[in-house]
Design a protein around this ligand. Structure first.
Ligand code: ADP
Length: 671
């Protein structure tokens, strides 16, 4: 058995690997970038080594730094996790050269599966079904267009070197082909440094079903059944489950066999996943699935497989890397129950899933029967702009699919994240969505149901705002009722204003607030003496009234409050509302004169500044482009006007809310 392992990764997967390695008695060694010096994975490991600055390409992606840390610590093996260096054959080679065990497949298996076109040809030769398409060397646009015609529309153009859904374009009809091809090639070149594409038939009602495989150095290969990852947004997985709903046993059998064939064809050792796309237009059928690609690493969603097989896949990886035989062979493996995993992300579904960063003021997961939470952060930590903004994976197991989904929904409902905006409420809505519950879904389900899932701009819930106002005033009001009012040093605060005071009638104070960045005014009313309600306060806002003392919680689910220096977060049913006292000195010109400040919507890097001081702009004109978490966001002018100041330069990092430019609105001349 191995005696020590270095984990060349961070976040939840590093923590997850450390846990199993520990339990098996291995010494665990973490590496960390400057941004992760206080991260959970660093604290949990027996030892930790710094490997460079925050950007991954200067730390987690630098092979030499990782090997150097392994040498210094005397690590016997390296586990790459997923992402980062996990599928880089040069990394496996470098480990071998340094005499370190790479916990992953042989470098040549990674190479064979690395490019989609080569992998497809290889699979075709091994008798594994592949999507009809062209994956040859000829990249002449005219030729590719002919191929698309032969394959038959709709087709999908994919980057040969692709990953993460980048460089993928669905083309519905011939006239759109040229433009889609050019755009796919551009994206492929910029994302992967390789403009080559392949063309595939677009599978109807596509279901993404993948098979977990495992091989050992003795030549045994097994599969651990399927995972259904059809709930996707922009070709990225959101919720995964095992087994696949309505999977015919004959199809499971056929897919499992094809996946084992695929693994054997490349001499696979260790954990791998063979991804298939199934045509679900007439339900799942044993002859309607096609190979897409093989991922030569542990997948993000491996816990659902662990839940239904009762196995620890990281333990399997470590044993196989140590030269042991697979812990179980095919006829010793069986499915029990159902498991679902949700990826909790720091992103805002109500604003186009814009990534969100910042301090996690509160992070609490409700626990419950059959629930597992894999995370690498805790309250007080920052969601930084440098890495994937996943906060946690929440996994629920049940005897049946309904039980697993009920448990997942319940635990998501009890989870509280205050600070960055998250997809918590969106995930919870997914667990309850009728189409998903009934099993009638495909990879387009989320896109077709964005509004029903709450992933559209929505105003803050008025009852939540009233509650927040009452909560904010609580301390100040109590102080004012008491004798220490005179000593309050908050004389300028609206909370201690005495302007609305009336002896015999109701007392009314207007409280200016900022709700999710927008100005709002809540009326606070103290009923007149003699009404029997003296001492209580009511908040009036958005067409309703909430009473502090009588019905403090006028809502179904208990909201969670997190107080911060200048306001509070209310989280109810996974949805976060931020309520701050309005600070008149924090002037947001946006809402005063229609012009004003253009601010960075999140922490990121300025890619381009598209205007100059003095330049006239129209409302909606592009001002600057900011890149955050691998996505580009264009900032536009809020009004017609003139650029009076630019606060950033291209290449600069900016914080969330930082001013980017000032636009002076053009004032209308009286006619
Ligand atoms: P990437 O490597 O960029 O993640 P994949 O080839 O794994 O790309 O495909 C990602 C997703 O795109 C799949 O999960 C599926 O939803 C969709 N997809 C891929 N190929 C097809 C196809 N031929 N027809 C329909 N959808 C597809």
């Amino acid at each position: 058995m191995l005696s020590s392992v270095l984990i060349a990764n961070r976040g939840e997967i590093a923590v997850r690997i450390i846990r199993t390695a520990r339990r098996m008695g291995l010494r665990t060694i973490a590496v960390y970038s400057d941004a992760d010096a206080h991260a959970m994975h660093v604290r949990l490991a027996d030892e930790a080594y710094p490997i460079g600055p925050a950007p991954a390409r200067e730390s987690y992606l630098v092979i030499d730094r990782i090997i150097e840390a392994a040498r210094r610590s005397g690590a016997e093996a390296i586990h790459p996790g997923y992402g980062f260096l996990s599928e880089r054959a040069e990394f496996a080679d470098a480990c071998a050269e340094a005499g370190i065990v790479f916990i992953g497949p042989p470098a040549n298996a990674i190479r064979a599966m690395g490019l989609k076109d080569g992998a497809k040809s290889l699979m075709q030769r091994a008798g594994v079904p592949v999507v009809p398409g062209y994956h040859g060397a000829n990249q002449d646009p005219k030729f590719l267009k002919e191929k698309a015609y032969e394959i038959g529309y709709p087709v999908l153009i994919k980057a040969v070197a692709g990953g993460g859904g980048k460089g993928m374009k669905k083309v519905e009809k011939l006239v759109d082909f040229d433009e889609a091809l050019a755009s796919a090639q551009r994206e492929a070149a910029s994302s992967f440094g390789d403009p080559r594409v392949l063309i595939e038939k677009y599978v109807q009602a596509p279901r993404h079903i993948e098979i977990q495989v495992f091989g050992d150095a003795q030549g045994n290969v097994v599969h651990l059944f399927e995972r259904d990852c059809s709930l996707q947004r922009r070709h990225q997985k959101v919720i995964e489950e095992a087994p696949a709903p309505a999977m015919p046993p004959a199809m499971r059998e056929a897919m499992g066999r094809a996946a084992v064939e695929a693994a054997k064809a490349v001499g696979y050792v260790g954990a791998g996943t063979v991804e298939f796309i199934a045509d679900g237009s007439n339900g799942l059928q044993a002859d309607k699935f096609y190979f897409m690609e093989m991922n030569t690493r542990l997948q993000v969603e491996h816990p659902v497989t662990e839940a239904i097989t009762g196995q620890d896949l990281v333990e399997w990886q470590i044993r196989v890397a140590a030269g042991e035989r697979l812990p179980l062979l095919q006829d010793e493996l069986a499915i029990h129950g159902h498991a679902v995993e949700a990826r909790l992300y720091a992103e805002d579904p109500e604003r186009g899933f814009l990534p969100s960063t910042g301090r996690l003021h509160t992070l609490e997961f409700g626990d419950g029967e059959g629930v597992r939470v894999d995370t690498g952060v805790e309250a007080g930590a920052e969601v930084s702009p440098f890495y994937d903004p996943m906060i946690a994976k929440v996994i629920a197991f049940g005897e049946t699919r309904d039980e697993a989904l009920d448990r997942l929904g319940a635990v998501l409902g009890r989870t509280v994240v205050a600070g960055p905006r998250t997809n918590l409420a969106f995930l919870k809505a997914l667990t309850e969505a009728p189409g998903f519950r009934s099993g009638a879904f495909d990879t387009g389900f989320i896109d077709r149901n964005l509004a029903a899932l709450g992933a559209v701009p929505r105003a803050a819930d008025p009852a939540t705002v009233r509650l927040a106002a009452l909560k904010l005033v609580d301390g100040a009001w109590a102080a004012r009722q008491g004798r220490d009012q005179a000593r309050s040093n908050e004389a300028a605060s609206p909370w201690s204003a005495t302007d609305g005071f009336q002896l015999a009638a109701a007392r009314r104070v207007s409280v200016p607030l900022v709700v999710d960045g927008e100005r709002a005014t809540v009326e606070l009313v103290s009923p007149a003496p003699g009404t029997g309600r003296t001492g209580s306060i009511q908040a009036v806002f958005g067409g309703g009234t909430s009473d502090y003392h009588d019905d403090y919680l006028p809502v179904a689910n208990d909201p969670a409050f997190t107080l911060t220096r200048d306001g509070l977060f209310v989280v109810r049913d996974g949805r976060q509302t931020e309520v701050r006292r309005f600070d008149p000195f924090d002037v947001d010109l946006d809402h005063l004169d229609g012009g004003g400040a253009v601010k960075a919507p999140m922490h990121g890097k300025v890619i381009a500044v598209l205007v100059e001081p003095g330049q006239a702009v129209a409302k909606g004109d592009r001002i600057a482009v900011i890149e955050a978490m691998k996505m580009e966001h264009t900032l536009v002018s809020p009004a017609d006007g003139t650029v009076t100041a630019i606060a950033v330069t291209a290449g600069e990092q900016v914080a969330e809310g930082a001013p980017v430019a000032t636009i002076e609105a053009r004032t209308e001349q009286a006619a």
